[in-house]
Design a protein around this ligand. Structure first.
Ligand code: SF4
Length: 304
């Protein structure tokens, strides 16, 4: 389609849609933040992109401290030898922290940066001590769990390692399953996932559904041959009970969520910032608050 669209609007078809729990969470917190994250920021990794797009892309990279820890722990666990996991993770944290302090993320958007540091929630020293303490507590606790010991002891050929989100399809839509690990043997798969905290019943059902579809599409294993366990950063082990999975309800909930997210596309197939409802109550905890006109209006109202 070559028809003219005003510069402040984007063509939705230029942004292939995919669903993930992360995107759903973003939508629930504030639909407008989804617009910034999934549409307006795209392409902003390029140093030659327009200034606003660059800024939105930088803000899109911000991670809350706990989310940063989860990604760091998962990435190091699944990319290397479980035996050296603890030391490698601490070394990488030290490297990334020092890069954050020198502001390397400003020019290289692949470098992680923490929301609390960027928006000055406490001093850098306080934040560093908090993260270091959390890591030094989580690493030995997780390493001592039977889940990790059993996985690490498996021959590499039996191990499952998915350090990046995995694409699966459901009714023609791409869904992204979170990073996973585990092992397969004797026609069975045991899937494991690190999570920040225990999910509620709806979240657990969606995770279970993603695990089952992953096993079906990537491992060619039927759902009854797959077991799923979550490990929280405190070392708590949560067995996802397949008897609690109402598959058709979980699919319906995901499809509803997809429809809602796509409801902001105008009849002419375009999207713009104001088409996405704002949720000012969430602004204080939003990465985009330094670029969003709603947050600026809220600040002006509060200061008068
Ligand atoms: S700053 Fe507020 S209104 Fe703007 S995207 Fe974030 S939460 Fe939504």
């Amino acid at each position: 389609m070559n028809s003219f669209i005003p510069p402040e609007r984007l063509r939705a078809a230029d942004f292939p849609f995919s669903w993930s729990l992360w995107r759903e969470q973003c939508w629930e917190q504030c639909p407008r933040s989804c617009f910034f994250h999934y549409y307006a920021a795209r392409g902003g990794h390029d140093p030659d992109a327009p200034e606003r797009q660059r800024k939105l892309h930088l803000l899109k990279q911000l991670l809350f401290a706990e989310e940063y820890l989860l990604r760091l722990l998962t990435s190091e666990l699944l990319r290397g030898d479980p035996e050296t996991w603890q030391n490698r993770t601490l070394r990488r944290f030290a490297r990334e922290w020092s890069a954050m302090l020198t502001g390397r993320y400003l020019v290289d958007h692949r470098q992680p940066v923490i929301f609390e540091l960027y928006y000055k929630r406490g001093t850098p020293l306080q934040l560093f001590l908090r993260l270091e303490e959390a890591l030094k507590t989580a690493l030995p606790r997780l390493s001592a769990t039977p889940e990790l010991r059993l996985w690490g002891a498996r021959p590499r050929i039996q191990q499952i390692r998915e350090p990046d989100p995995v694409a699966i399809t459901l009714a023609g839509v791409t869904l992204f399953a979170p990073p996973l690990f585990g092992w397969r043997a004797a026609g069975q798969a045991r899937l494991r996932q690190l999570v920040r905290h225990r999910p509620d019943a709806t979240g657990a059902a969606k995770l279970l559904l993603l695990h089952k579809y992953y096993a079906l599409q990537q491992l060619r294993l039927p759902p009854e041959r797959v077991s799923s366990t979550l490990l929280t950063l405190t070392g708590e082990t949560i067995q996802l009970d397949p008897r609690e999975l109402n598959l058709s309800l979980a699919i319906e909930q995901i499809q509803e969520s997809i429809q809602q997210m796509q409801s902001c596309v105008a009849p002419d197939g375009t999207i713009g910032e104001l088409d996405f409802p704002d949720r000012p109550e969430h602004c204080p905890k939003c990465a985009f608050r330094s670029a969003c006109s709603s947050a600026a209006r809220l600040n002006r109202r509060l200061s008068t």
